[in-house]
Design a protein around this ligand. Structure first.
Ligand code: NAD
Length: 344
């Protein structure tokens, strides 16, 4: 018996989660919701996903565009065991009552507040705490990237304090509306950015402060991290520890990966669907201790790093697998996140 997953919101994140669900052998896509007819709606049908309209009023639009819909969101939810809400930030909240009415479990994304579900998820850090819950929120792309490295460092050496500057891509590649196109925008101007408190929704004991700048690029986010550890260790220890983590990919500038552009090119050359890079890209040769503090750079592919976390969150909420690391391995294997992770 496979778990039936409904996807509400078939955009950047929703369409990727749908394909990731379809690639697993213990879950299936029962349907996807689109608000309006579009090439993405046509592609969903071509991939074999049943398409549902967000509301009755939209059905005529689909008919006029000759795109076949199987009903409205309510019809889809009737058939589902769990729903992935990948609607735009702050929209998902409106659907909570509907999911409750259908007696469904639900997983929201990082655009919603922690308070919506009271539980924020990361596969490595708190899989066990998610078991059997009705609702969870997979934290944002940046927070997922931060939690992966901070959880690893904290488990191995203890994190005394973390200070991070996030250089954020301003828009996704398919977004033609969002700027800036020629500016660096401190956002917010005044400390702290929301990313630090968001990390604390999963790792409450980490002393973290973050500042963020919006950059006119669409490819990836770049993080500059400065961390004080509790236990002494060296650069080689950190490299060894990161290379053993399931969703960290070490790269090196010596291998001519010196930028987010080349990191994305690597993902394309690896044959990844949509050129996605699900892992944190950590520059091995950026890992350095200076005056006793650890420094490194990592790049985060905002469109895809939360995708494997959504798959693990489904398994945890549905109690399909009690052991988080086994779920992570299963998800990684089906997606193709395989060794060697160290391309450096
Ligand atoms: P998106 O705009 O690319 O996609 C959202 C989809 O939801 C679109 O297809 C839109 O038509 C549809 N939609 C809009 N209103 C709807 C409604 N009322 N009912 C059903 N569907 C509706 O957005 P996205 O980037 O995929 O973001 C989705 C969520 O994932 C947000 O919470 C966001 O913060 C989070 N997230 C985004 C990124 C990213 O970089 N894109 C990364 C991590 C998390």
């Amino acid at each position: 018996m496979t778990v039936k997953v409904a996807i509400n919101g078939y955009g950047t994140i929703g369409k990727r989660v749908a394909d990731a669900v379809a690639s697993q052998d213990d879950m299936e896509v029962i349907g996807v919701v689109k608000t309006r007819p579009s090439f993405e709606a046509r592609m969903a049908l071509e991939k074999g996903y049943a398409l549902y309209a967000a509301s009755k009023e939209n059905i005529d639009d689909f008919k006029k565009s000759k795109i076949e819909v199987s009903g409205t969101i309510g019809d889809m939810l009737d058939k589902a065991d769990i729903v992935i809400d990948a609607t735009p930030g702050d929209t998902g909240e409106e659907y909570k009552k509907l999911y409750e009415k259908h007696g469904l479990k639900a997983i929201w994304q990082g655009g919603e507040d922690h308070e919506l579900t009271g539980f924020s998820f990361n596969s490595e850090a708190n899989y066990g705490d998610a078991l059997g819950r009705q609702f969870a929120r997979v934290v944002s792309c940046n927070t997922t990237g931060l939690v992966r490295v901070l959880y690893a460092l904290d488990s191995a050496y203890g994190v005394k304090k973390a200070r991070v500057t996030l250089m954020r891509r301003a828009a996704d590649p398919g977004d033609i509306k969002t700027g800036p196109i020629n500016a660096l925008v401190p956002d917010p101007i005044k400390l702290p950015s929301h990313h630090g408190p968001d990390v604390n929704s999963i790792l409450p004991d980490i002393d973290i402060t973050t500042m963020a700048v919006k950059i006119s690029t669409t490819l990836m986010h770049l993080h500059g991290l400065n961390i004080e550890l509790k236990k002494a260790c060296g650069e080689d220890d950190i490299i060894k520890m990161f290379s053993a983590r399931p969703r960290i990919r070490l790269v090196s500038s010596k291998d001519k990966i010196k930028s987010t552009a080349e990191a994305m090119e690597l993902a394309k050359d690896m044959g990844r669907p949509r050129g996605d890079m699900w892992e944190n890209v950590v520059w091995k040769d950026s890992i350095a201790f200076n005056k006793g503090e650890l420094y490194f750079f990592q790049a985060i592919h905002q469109e895809s790093d939360v995708v494997p976390e959504n798959i693990d969150a489904i398994r945890a909420l549905m109690e399909m697998e009690k052991d988080g690391m086994r779920s992570i391995k299963k998800t990684n294997k089906a997606l193709g996140i395989l060794a060697p992770k160290d391309t450096a």
